[in-house]
Write a protein that binds this ligand. Structure first.
Ligand code: AMP
Length: 112
């Protein structure tokens, strides 16, 4: 498989999905850093959020809106974090754009 998140988007690799639409899937991170740790991706491949927002801003807005849906489904009314890592210095490890939705505990700031 070329891109693991493309494969998840196509349903070829199992994921623990919490939300899905024709264009987007949200699924639990394999290595959760909080009680809720969900990744929200477009099924179409974009390497990072800069690539996505440049080439398809409408889909970028839908992806952001999907993070709100995840927070509602997960009951994160007390607050949560939406973050996307970009590039080597940003700590990106999977080169298919994803928003992390983290919550269910009090989160620290700043990141390391
Ligand atoms: P990042 O480091 O921001 O690129 O985030 C990539 C995230 O994807 C990490 O938190 C990984 O734990 C997670 N991850 C990698 N492979 C999978 C997978 N097959 N299913 C769910 N989460 C994954």
């Amino acid at each position: 498989v070329d891109c693991i998140f493309c494969a998840i988007g196509r349903g070829e690799i199992p994921a623990n999905a919490v939300f899905e639409s024709d264009e987007i899937v949200a699924f639990r991170d394999l290595d959760p850093q909080a009680p809720t740790h969900v990744l929200v991706i477009p099924k179409e491949h974009f390497q990072d959020v800069a690539d996505l927002s440049e080439r398809n801003p409408q889909l970028a807005a839908k992806l952001l809106a999907a993070t709100t849906t995840v927070a509602e489904l997960e009951g994160l009314a007390d607050g949560y974090r939406v973050v996307t890592n970009l590039g080597a210095d940003g700590g990106q490890s999977v080169w298919h754009v994803h928003f992390h939705v983290l919550g269910g505990r009090s989160l620290q700031w700043p990141p390391g």
